[in-house]
Design a protein around this ligand. Structure first.
Ligand code: ATP
Ligand code: MG
Length: 495
C-alpha cells in the first residue's frame, strides 16, 4: 500500500475553459491535506481527476513515486483511492447497507465475501452515525444521513487515500465531530486524506497542511498552526476582505405587521404545538440540531405535507394549502435543503434557470420581454456573484456552489412575500455568503419576510432579527439575536 501520493503539474480543461491549471500537490501517510478556494476555484475538478472520473488534460498522478493512469473510477479504487463526492448520489430505492456495499463491490471486483462485506459496511455506518437504520431506504432518510451514508461508502472500501469533498455541508457540529474522530483515527493508522470544505474552523482544527486554489491555480500553502481565518480568506479571494457587521450596515426592517401567524401546528412524530409570528420585513431564524423538526415544520407550512392540527394565518387569513402550488400562489416560497428536488434544468442556461419560474412577471401583451428578464437575471448573477463566463452558459457546467447561488437568485427575484430558506448558504464560500446575506437584508428592507433555517448558529446571529430554537420537535424559545452568543442559544435549545 502506498505511503505517498502526488499530482504534478496537473491540468484539466473543458473546451477552452481551464478548471485546473498546473497544480502540484503531495500527501504523505498520516497526513490530512485541506484544499480550499472560492466556489469555482477548481477543487472538485481536481478531485475528479484524482479519483478517475475525469481524465487530465496534462500532468501526472504518482503513487509511491510511480506514475499511474486511471481510465475510470474503478481503476482509482483498485489503487486504493476513494471519494465521498460533493453531490449526494445514492440509489434512493436501495437500502442504506446496499448503497454502502455497492461501493465496496466495485472496489474489490472479482470475488466478494458478502457476509464479511456486510459486517464491514455496518461497522462503517455505525461509526459515523449509530442512529442510521441500515435497512432504511436511502431515499427516506434525512439529507444529513444521506451525506453520512455516502461517506461510509467511501470509507468502507478500505482505501488508503480518502477524498472528502465538502463532507460536512449538511452536517451539524455534533455529526461533524464523529466524522472528525473517524478521520483522526484513519490518519493515525497511516491513512492519507484530501479534505475540501468551506468551513474554515474545521480546516484549522483538522488539517496538517492547507493548499489554496484560485482560478484553478495553486496559489499558496498555509500552515494551520500559524495561519488565521482572515489569511485564508485573503488567499482564496486574492484581495483584502473586510468582514461586515451586517446588522450595523443594514439595520432591521421588521415592522409590527404580522404576515404569518402559526398556532399549535403539529404533525405526530415530526413536530408538536409549534407557534410563532413572522413580521413584515423580518428575518426569523430557526436554529437547532438536525432532527429538531425544523425542515418538517417549514415543509408543512409550504403545503408539502398536511398538518394534523393547528392553524396558520397568512396576511390575516386562515390558510390550508393542498400543495406547494397553493402556497406559491399565496406569495410563499420554500427553498429546500435538498437542491436536486428544486428543479435545476441542466440543459438550460444560467439565465434561463433563473428566469423561467419568474416569466409571468415579464409577460406583456406582445409576449415575454426576454431582454428585461435576462437583464434582471444578470443583475443577480453579478450581485451575488455567480462565477460564470456568461449567463448564457449551461448551468450544468457550473461548480456546485455556483449552481446553488443560481437557485437562490431565482427565488430572490421571484418577488414572493415570504421566503423560507433551508440551509441557504451551505457549500457557498465565505465571500459569497456575505453577499447573499446582504442581499437578503436589503430585500427585507423592501418588505420581504424571511424564515431562515441554519445549523450554524453564528450565521443565524449575524443575519437574523430573531431566532426560534427548536429541539425534538418543539419550540424551546424565540429570542432576539441582538447580543446573543452561540453558547447561550445552544443552551436555550437544549434546556
Ligand atoms: N463540465 C464542465 N464544463 C465546463 N466547465 C466546467 C465543467 N465542470 C466544471 N467546470 C468549470 O470549472 C471550474 C471549476 O469548477 P469546480 O467544480 O472544480 O469548482 P469547486 O472549486 O469545486 O467549486 P465549489 O466550491 O462551488 O464546489 C468552474 O469555473 C466551472 O464552471
Ligand atoms: Mg466543488
Amino acid at each position: 500500500m502506498h505511503s505517498a501520493f502526488e499530482v504534478r503539474d496537473l491540468s484539466k480543461s473543458f473546451g477552452h475553459v481551464y478548471a485546473v491549471r498546473g497544480v502540484s500537490l503531495r500527501v504523505k501517510a498520516g497526513e490530512v491535506v485541506a484544499v480550499i478556494g472560492e466556489n469555482g476555484a477548481g477543487k472538485s475538478s481536481l478531485m475528479s481527476v484524482i479519483c478517475g472520473r475525469l481524465t487530465p488534460t496534462a500532468g501526472e498522478i504518482r503513487i509511491d513515486d510511480q506514475p499511474v493512469h486511471f481510465a475510470s473510477p474503478s481503476d482509482a479504487q483498485r489503487a486504493g483511492i476513494a471519494i465521498a463526492p460533493q453531490e449526494i448520489n445514492l440509489a434512493a430505492d436501495l437500502t442504506v447497507i446496499e448503497n454502502v456495499m455497492l461501493g465496496r463491490q466495485v472496489a474489490r471486483g472479482g470475488f466478494i465475501n458478502w457476509r464479511a462485506t456486510e459486517v464491514e459496511a455496518r461497522r462503517h455506518i455505525a461509526a459515523l452515525d449509530p442512529t442510521i437504520d441500515p435497512q432504511a431506504r436511502a431515499g427516506s432518510i434525512t439529507v444529513a444521513q444521506q451525506q453520512l451514508v455516502q461517506i461510509a461508502r467511501a470509507t468502507a472500501t478500505g482505501a488508503r487515500l480518502l477524498i472528502f469533498d465538502e463532507p460536512t455541508a449538511a452536517l451539524t457540529e455534533r455529526e461533524a465531530e464523529r466524522l472528525f474522530a473517524f478521520i483522526r483515527r484513519f490518519r493515525q493508522e497511516g491513512g492519507l486524506v484530501l479534505y475540501i470544505s468551506h468551513r474554515l474552523d474545521e480546516i484549522l482544527a483538522l488539517a496538517d497542511r492547507i493548499t489554496v486554489l484560485r482560478d484553478g491555480r495553486h496559489i499558496a500553502d498555509l500552515d494551520p498552526q500559524t495561519t488565521s481565518k482572515e489569511a485564508m480568506i485573503r488567499a482564496m479571494a486574492g484581495r483584502d476582505v473586510e468582514e461586515l457587521n451586517l446588522r450595523a450596515v443594514i439595520p432591521s426592517a421588521a415592522t409590527d405587521e404580522v404576515v404569518m401567524e402559526v398556532r399549535d401546528l403539529s404533525r405526530p412524530g415530526e413536530f408538536t404545538n409549534v407557534s410563532f409570528d413572522l413580521h413584515r420585513g423580518e428575518i426569523l431564524g430557526i436554529g437547532g440540531l438536525i432532527g429538531a423538526g425544523r425542515t418538517e415544520t417549514v415543509r408543512c407550512l409550504f403545503g408539502d405535507t398536511p398538518r394534523a392540527s393547528g392553524t396558520v394565518k397568512l396576511f390575516g387569513r386562515d390558510v390550508a394549502f393542498a400543495g406547494p402550488a397553493d402556497a406559491i400562489a399565496a406569495g410563499l416560497v420554500y427553498l429546500p435543503e435538498e437542491r436536486r428536488r428544486d428543479g435545476l434544468f441542466p440543459d438550460l442556461s444560467v439565465a434561463e434557470n433563473i428566469v423561467l419560474p419568474n416569466l409571468a412577471k415579464f409577460a406583456s401583451r406582445l409576449g415575454i420581454r426576454w431582454l428585461d428578464a435576462f437583464g434582471a437575471a444578470d443583475r443577480y448573477v453579478n450581485a451575488i456573484p455567480v462565477k460564470v463566463h456568461s449567463s448564457h452558459q449551461l448551468i450544468s457546467e457550473l461548480s456546485g456552489g455556483n449552481q446553488q447561488k443560481c437557485i437562490l437568485a431565482r427565488w430572490m427575484m421571484s418577488k414572493c412575500r415570504i421566503l423560507m430558506l433551508d440551509e441557504p448558504t451551505r457549500g457557498i464560500d465565505v465571500n459569497a455568503k456575505w453577499e447573499i446575506q446582504k442581499l437578503l437584508r436589503q430585500l427585507a428592507r423592501d418588505g420581504l419576510s424571511v424564515i431562515y433555517i441554519s445549523s450554524e448558529l453564528q450565521e443565524v446571529i449575524d443575519v437574523c432579527d430573531r431566532v426560534m430554537l427548536m429541539h425534538e420537535g418543539r419550540v424551546r424559545a424565540i429570542v432576539p439575536t441582538e447580543g446573543a452568543t452561540q453558547e447561550k442559544l445552544l443552551g436555550l435549545a437544549m434546556k
